[in-house]
Design a protein around this ligand. Structure first.
Ligand SMILES: Cc1ncc(COP(=O)(O)O)c(C=O)c1O
Length: 327
């Protein structure tokens, strides 16, 4: 095991240090139930959230390739797009975002930060967004005709390279707490790279922790297949010596029935209760929905839980939805 662990971690690709890590693991109490929370919302202030761990690898690759532009995509309040803009601008790249949303909306939350950081933004309709990867590729080709290069980061930074951020995360967590006492980790799932990295990190380290992704954007079947593709893709690309089975993967479906860009009143009231009891703020798109799944399945009416909640950030999304929080 140890041999395989060292062998696999020797294959870690090049990275740039951008995140404030290790992030703390805190013991908290909500409605009388003790639980652990890993604060990946503390990876930074402007760079807050899970995306920066993936960007450490992706932007190092872009730098190595001497790219002029970083192209990426997401919803109009994408935390990934905001973290990409801020990190890539600071590293000297130009940033272009392809966002699903309305061009004429007020620039709030993540959009506000993208705007003042100087990102170029192209807005796409939901229908156009289905083809965002081909659109980015086409624009990259046009740019190359002007002798400039673009590095394309897929949605959420979830690629065979990006998920190294969450393979490393498992090593970090394992050095912080005794994972034999933690039965599982629960997290919001969008583009599936965070969950894929955790599954692979657990396999490399021989950790038998359950992984509970809460799908907020894609169907359960899509998430399962995306996670499997990312895990096998990373194993192939980096010739990892690891046996994988997905028996520890349990997707908690049905917590985003209101839609990706919306949040129910019931969830908002849970978010506000958690905030006033603990000071922990959740976002409306990802962590607020994941916490509802955590509450229903592991926390409600319990004295303690050995399932850890991963706070993946998203705080600026709350500002864009302040009307819902205030209602
Ligand atoms: C705050 C937050 N939490 C969770 C996720 C989901 O992570 P992933 O896309 O790796 O599934 C995202 C992005 O999609 C996010 O912005």
């Amino acid at each position: 095991m140890i041999w395989s662990l060292q062998e696999n971690f020797m294959k870690i690709p090049l990275k740039i240090n951008l995140a404030n890590i290790p992030t703390p693991v805190q013991k908290n109490k909500f409605e009388g139930c003790d639980f652990f929370i890993k604060r990946d919302d503390y990876t930074g202030v402007e760079l807050s959230g899970n995306k920066i761990r993936k960007l450490e690898f992706l932007l190092a690759d872009a730098k190595k390739r001497k790219s002029d532009y970083i192209y990426t995509c997401g919803g109009d309040q994408s935390n990934h797009a905001r973290a990409t803009t801020i990190a890539s601008t600071a590293l000297g790249f130009k940033t272009k975002l392809f966002l699903w949303g309305n061009k004429n909306q007020r620039k709030d939350g993540n959009l506000f930060l993208n705007d003042i950081a100087g990102a170029e933004i192209e807005y796409l309709t939901k229908k156009e967004y289905f083809n965002v990867n081909s659109i980015m590729l086409e624009k990259k080709r046009l740019l190359e005709k002007k002798n400039k290069s673009a590095y394309i980061i897929p949605s959420g930074g979830s690629s065979n390279l990006g998920i190294w951020g969450y393979i490393n995360f498992v090593k970090e967590l394992n050095e912080q707490i005794d994972l034999s006492k933690i039965k599982g980790i629960l997290l919001a799932n969008g583009s599936s790279g965070t969950a894929a990295g955790i599954i692979l990190g657990c396999a490399i380290l021989g950790i038998k922790m359950k992984v509970f992704p809460v799908n907020v954007l894609l169907t359960e079947d899509e998430v399962r297949s995306d996670i499997e593709n990312l895990v096998y893709g990373c194993i192939d690309d980096y010739k990892l010596n690891v046996k994988i089975n997905f028996s520890n993967l349990e997707i908690l479906d049905g917590y985003s029935k209101e839609g990706y860009k919306k949040i129910s009143k019931e969830k908002i009231s849970l978010i506000k209760e958690l905030f006033s009891e603990t000071g922990i703020l959740l976002d409306p798109t990802y962590t607020g929905k994941a916490f509802k799944a955590f509450y229903d399945n592991f926390l409600k009416n319990k004295k303690k839980t050995n399932i850890l909640f991963l706070h993946t950030g998203g705080i600026f999304g709350a500002f864009a939805k302040k009307k819902n929080y205030l209602d």
